[in-house]
Ligand binder design. Sequence first.
Ligand code: DC
Length: 235
Amino acid sequence: MSAAADALTAPVITFDGPSGTGKGTIAAGLAARLGWHVLDTGALYRCVGLAAVQRGVDLADEEALGALAQRLNIRFDGERVLLDAVDVSDEIRTAAAGEHASRVAAAPAVRSALWRLQRDAVPPPGPIAAGRDMGPVVFPEAPIKFFLEATPPVRVAGRYNQLKDKGMDANVANLARELAERDRRDRERAASPLVPAADAVIIDTSNLGIEAVLAQVLDVVDNRLPQAGQAAPPS
Ligand code: DC
């Protein structure tokens, strides 16, 4: 990435991995334990994809997408996501929005616009940054990096349950096809492909419940960043 990396003002813990591995849930669980907040970077790419479709920007026009990403005002308000002051929290969660996000995410100009935004979104006590390139590219100096993996059927089931819980339409065969296509695109793109950072702790969540994954994660955090727990709210 060409932009200069300013020193971080707070420690960052990163979670990368493909969709449906439990990244969001585990990041939220860890955030609740530590009293930190989650930086959901997938939401940023989803906002760029949504804005592009709404404004008729060609998803293959990298230059136009980069200019669009730079202009957008994306804000998090608790659980809600605001795109140019409009609440798009539900709209960005559809399967189509995921597909559009993955397509715009292949454009280096979009990635560098969002790189800046992500680096600037680091208020203390420290975010838990979840995405695809948090460890290797956006926060390479993060003291703790995780990479979550799971088998495709487990990931499809995870996505299916997530969408159903939100009252959205979901179909297992379609989800499996979309997931395979999104994986291919996210892993094979030239700009910041989905790969674990060299120093990432890799956890296969296929056969583990949320509490078991969280226990492994907390073990690593306690060992490597003992002071992190000091920010924890009383239980
Ligand atoms: O995590 P998610 O499903 O909300 O992400 C949607 C898409 O955004 C995903 O297919 C790839 C892209 N993405 C990315 O390229 N880099 C990130 N840090 C986060 C998401």
